[in-house]
Design a protein around this ligand. Sequence first.
Ligand code: GDP
Length: 313
Amino acid sequence: MNKDARVFVAGHRGLVGSAIVRRLQGAGFNHLLLRTHAELNLRDAAAVDRFFAAERVDYVFLAAAKVGGIRANDAYPADFLRDNLQIQTHVIDAAWRNGVQKLLFLGSSCIYPKLAPQPIREESLLTGPLEPTNEWYAIAKIAGLKLCQAYRRQHGFNAIAAMPTNLYGPGDNFSLLDSHVLPALLRRFHEAKANGAPEVVVWGSGTPRREFLHVDDLAGALLFLMERYADESPVNVGWGEDLTIRELATMVARVVGYAGRLSFDPSKPDGTPRKLLDISRLQGLGWRPQIRLEEGLWQTYAWFLENQASLRS
Ligand code: GDP
């Protein structure tokens, strides 16, 4: 990729998009095209068309999506399905019609079957039923990945798809109800410490296993794939190891400095029992993640402390 290339990062204010922007700027890309939601509504097909027709975009990182944790997915199924179908269809189609050289679509590890063999290989896609708590989001993301494959086959459009595991880092959504587990726990332990609360309640049984990747590692992998990968198969992006939610909660308590008790609320859903990606395809291409979970947690907690005033509720 030429450093003068015109690069559109869709969703640049989100966790993933903002990390991609940091990475691209650090690497010297000087023609980033960024639009806030108010400036360009990606659910409006005509507006997306006008944008691509006017801007002569070379590369697209499609990181715009309606996202959320286990409760948000369950509470807003229509939004999760419709918003994501619209955003990705409009952007992929307009990008192809307006001569974009290459597009990278961001999927998610939840596209794989609930009971896929672990660690999950890319070949597990569509081999079994999905986890019901996030199937709306998963169905949309599967459709996005299929759009990339279909435009590649029918039109020769160079669209690729990356499937990241659970992500965390600066810029995350720290909402107590609608966020993912890691930012929710960072905030809950922080508030419990500040209030002197004797106990923190963690949702579910604490036994599900999850893998976490720092979003700066993801951004490095995405730039790597944009520069070196051109095939229709998706590529998993993960850390390669997982831990239980109980182990995660213990680690978060240590980082925050919370000394009270942990308890579990089994009335809240556990979700899928395990979700660990097989990252051998990406490793085979020559890329490895670098930020260990505990180190990433310290860094993310520092970011949280600095940005508390401006966090989404
Ligand atoms: P998932 O990876 O798609 O299941 O999404 P989440 O990150 O929302 O949840 C992961 C796991 O963490 C599930 O087993 C949740 O029950 C558990 N969990 C524990 N406490 C929390 C919390 O405060 N918020 C969320 N979102 N999940 C939690």
